[in-house]
Design a protein. Structure first.
Length: 155
């Protein structure tokens, strides 16, 4: 049976194509990304959802702090971030279950509503839990430049 296409000997192939074939096996030099920093050992992150009563539950995050039911907490709020610290003179008592209840005035100050998702960051070295609205997280990501050409980002 005759071949389906004519066979072209290498002496007929133009020189430019021969060079291209010879370099096909070489890889191009690539820029090396800077090494990523690792998450510190004393920080545990989680994502939570605020319920209608202002409660946010994340057993892993709260357990990482070693907090127990009955511990007293001081909560503060500023610019979309709520911070909870264990404090014997605190006004909020941690319930027996692994959740934290954020009072309505603090939720309003941070623009948080029921069903909003939040980033939780437990820093055991400081005995602190930070609750970040996703608006604050979004601002941080955009400031880092991770969304090129997105609305509000610099081209």
């Amino acid at each position: 049976m005759p071949p389906l296409a004519p066979v072209i000997s290498s002496s007929v192939v133009p020189a430019g194509r021969q060079r291209a074939r010879a370099t096909e096996g070489r890889s191009l030099p690539l820029a090396r990304p800077e090494p990523l920093p690792s998450v510190p050992d004393d920080v545990v992150y989680g994502i939570g959802r605020i319920d209608a009563s202002g409660r946010i539950a994340d057993r892993a995050v709260i357990s990482a702090l070693g907090w127990r039911g009955g511990d007293r907490l001081t909560l503060t709020a500023d610019a979309g971030v709520i911070t909870a610290r264990r404090d014997p003179g605190g006004m909020v008592t941690l319930p027996g279950r692994a959740y934290i209840a954020i009072p309505a005035p603090l939720r309003r100050r941070c623009g948080l509503r029921p069903a909003d998702r939040v980033l939780l960051a437990a820093v055991s070295g400081h005995d602190t839990l930070a609750v970040y609205s996703l608006a604050v997280v979004d601002q941080a990501i955009r400031a880092h430049g991770s969304f090129p050409h997105a609305q509000g980002a610099q081209p």
